[in-house]
Design a binder for this molecule. Structure first.
Ligand code: SF4
Ligand code: SF4
Length: 81
């Protein structure tokens, strides 16, 4: 298990249910709650820090906050060790 304190902040008040973040996430972090018409950030530990969900949200409802000390990030950016 790779340790991480990676966080994703989501403001449901700003969300308009457009599904763009859900469609943009290429891993299984974001699922879709059909009843609530809102994204669910389910497996945050699997986030690849691509910032696509944050970028495509026109309502500024998502903020991806990487844990820069996590083993997961260091695996991807080995040269910064
Ligand atoms: S992209 Fe933004 S507005 Fe659209 S569903 Fe995701 S959080 Fe909501
Ligand atoms: S930053 Fe990328 S991998 Fe992480 S939840 Fe957003 S779209 Fe998915």
């Amino acid at each position: 298990m790779i340790g991480t304190n990676h966080r994703i902040e989501f403001d449901p008040e700003k969300c308009v249910g457009c599904q763009m973040c859900y469609k943009a996430c290429f891993v299984d972090v974001i699922r879709w709650d059909e009843a609530a018409r809102r994204p669910i950030f389910k497996y945050v530990e699997d986030c690849e820090h691509c910032f696509c969900c944050m970028s495509v949200c026109r309502r500024d409802a998502i903020r991806v906050i990487p844990d820069h000390e996590s083993e997961h990030l260091l695996q991807h950016f080995d040269r910064y060790r």
